[in-house]
Design a protein around this ligand. Structure first.
Ligand code: NAP
Length: 165
């Protein structure tokens, strides 16, 4: 989290390794077994940041766009084989990682990980993408009506404020 050039390249590369290569390998290895079995489900955790380039989390948002596209594509490919795939796109959620990055955030006002997980499991098999939380769904619908450039500007500014106060 932060200005792209303020982070070391190797840290960006490590995030890419976990966010993209990790999701790719897990999908490949687990997907092969699930498809062979003819049933199962796979959830790839993307993010609201994956719907557009998001400044202040630039590398992260690009990795999350990868997860989103991969999950959507596999949802379509594996549906005839009885395997459900879901791209989970949460907003800010009170996890240890998030609170560690943004300690000023009020954990009680954020989505709780248990609720996000429950919504994701309920959504599995009902479509390729789940945006947990009514507020997040409304915000997404409003953003989707904006031209892409405006969306990038707005979300980048919000994200910068989220982490800098
Ligand atoms: N929290 C949010 O606001 C939010 C919003 C949108 C999307 N997400 C996404 O939700 C997912 C989970 O994030 P989180 O907020 O729950 O973060 P978190 O609290 O930091 O948890 C991250 C998890 O990833 C595991 N992990 C980290 N590096 C790993 C590695 N190299 N190999 C295997 N496991 C590794 C950690 O394992 P250990 O516990 O063993 O270290 C931990 O269980 C991420 O994909 C994140 O992008 C989070």
């Amino acid at each position: 989290m932060g200005a792209f050039l303020d982070e070391r390249l190797e840290r960006h590369e490590r995030a890419l390794q976990v966010g993209c290569r990790g999701a790719l390998a897990a999908s490949y290895v687990l997907g092969r077994r699930l498809v062979a079995r003819g049933r199962g489900g796979l959830i790839l955790t993307s993010s609201g940041a994956g719907f557009q380039g998001t400044g202040w989390v630039a590398g992260y948002s690009a990795a999350k766009a990868w997860d989103l596209a991969l999950a959507e594509a596999l949802w379509w490919e594996w549906r005839p084989h009885g395997v459900d795939v879901l791209a989970l796109c949460p907003g800010s959620t009170a996890t240890p990682g998030m609170l560690g990055n943004a300690p000023r955030l009020d954990a009680a006002a954020m989505a709780q990980p248990e609720d996000v997980a429950r919504e994701a499991l309920d959504a599995l098999g009902r479509g390729p993408v789940c945006i947990p939380g009514e507020d997040n769904r409304r915000a997404r619908a409003a953003l989707d009506r904006l031209p892409r450039q405006q969306r990038v500007e707005l979300v980048g500014e919000q994200t910068r404020k989220l982490f800098t106060g």
